[in-house]
Ligand binder design. Structure first.
Ligand code: F6P
Length: 330
């Protein structure tokens, strides 16, 4: 590749909530950079690490034996100081001092918002790699970590189903996703759940009560409803369960909150492949003089998504998926 030869040293960090596949992305960015003759400075603890000067030169062997590991070997953090102009000024000065010509940021929407601010203020080249279990970034079909988290949810739901059907119980299972219902909705379809309560849906528990009255309890020995942690009524699965229990006092209702188990574990093949492709693409993007873009996946093709687009709007849920949950819960 001819490319932009002014980039001799690239900084690499992971930021925000960890996601399975981040290590595969670290490996891919590191090796692709070295392949193209670019030095890699790994940065520990995300943006905080830039401010605190936690840099380490990475060689190809520094990323050996990590493709299969969950979490992030670079550690991660949510950094309040970087949200301030003063913090970013310090960060930029440290990047310059280390001779880092460009940055690759692996993370979710908060991390890309930070990248965008730094890139704009200092006209600094940054490329983002989308990694979050929430799958809530615009312009990419999938984010790294989402598919593994979804598999974890489905595995948990299968286990809950065993006990739910043994006792004829109604379970409310809370999953992560922040303001996005992808995990709950697709988890509900893959787990054969009777319903999902997601932030994008505006009738929440009223809708569940209606479904219960009209029959999904009549034909089933168990029922499982997946709830996004922050549905619009607030309170997640606990609140949803309490309301339903009030309306149907005879039902044996239970709640399970899956929590951070969804963030851990070995990344599935899809996440490893996506992380590998996106990591290589991030370095190629910098060589092509792309800046302030996130690498996206659109129908199996790599695309460049401007930061502003990736983080601006709420990524829409495919409405057909809601209908599918309904149709299949009769
Ligand atoms: O963004 C990923 C995510 O796991 C969300 O689904 C969840 O709301 C949040 O992070 C939890 O963050 P923390 O681990 O900082 O509590």
């Amino acid at each position: 590749m001819s490319g932009n030869r002014s980039i001799k040293r690239v900084g690499l960090l992971t930021s925000g909530g960890d996601a399975p596949g981040m290590n595969a992305a670290i490996r891919a960015v590191t090796r692709a950079a070295i392949y193209h003759g670019i030095e890699v400075k790994a940065i520990y603890k995300g943006y905080l690490g830039i401010i605190e000067g936690l840099f380490k030169s990475f060689r190809t062997e520094d990323v050996s034996n990590i493709i299969q590991r969950g979490g992030t070997i670079l550690k991660t953090a949510r950094c309040d100081e970087f949200r301030t102009e003063e913090g970013r000024k310090k960060a930029y000065a440290n990047l310059r001092e280390q001779g880092i010509d460009a940055l690759v940021v692996i993370g979710g929407d908060g991390s890309l918002a930070g990248a965008r601010a730094l890139a704009q203020e200092y006209n600094y080249p940054i490329v983002g790699v989308p990694a979050t279990i929430d799958n809530d970034l615009q312009g990419t079909d999938l984010t790294i970590g989402y598919t593994t988290a979804l598999n974890t949810i489905v595995e948990a739901v299968d286990k809950i189903r065993d006990t739910a059907s043994s006792h004829n119980r109604l379970f409310f299972v809370e999953v992560m996703g922040r303001e996005a219902g992808f995990l709950a909705l697709n988890g509900a379809i893959a787990g054969g759940c009777e319903a999902a309560i997601i932030p994008e849906m505006h009738h929440t528990t009223g809708h569940i009560e209606e479904s219960i009255s009209s029959g999904f309890r009549k034909t089933k020995s168990s029922s499982i409803v997946l709830v996004t942690e922050s549905n619009e009524e607030g309170g997640g699965a606990m609140a949803a369960a309490a309301k339903v229990q009030e309306r149907f006092p005879d039902y044996d209702v239970r709640v399970t909150i899956l929590g951070h188990i969804q963030r851990g574990g070995s990344p599935c093949a899809t996440d490893r492949i996506m992380a590998s492709r996106m990591g290589v693409a991030a370095i190629e993007a910098l060589l092509e003089d792309q800046r302030n873009v996130m690498i996206g996946y659109d129908h199996d093709e790599i695309v460049y998504v401007p930061f502003v687009k990736a983080i601006k709007d709420h990524k829409p849920i495919h409405e057909k998926l809601l209908e599918i949950v309904n149709i299949l819960s009769i």
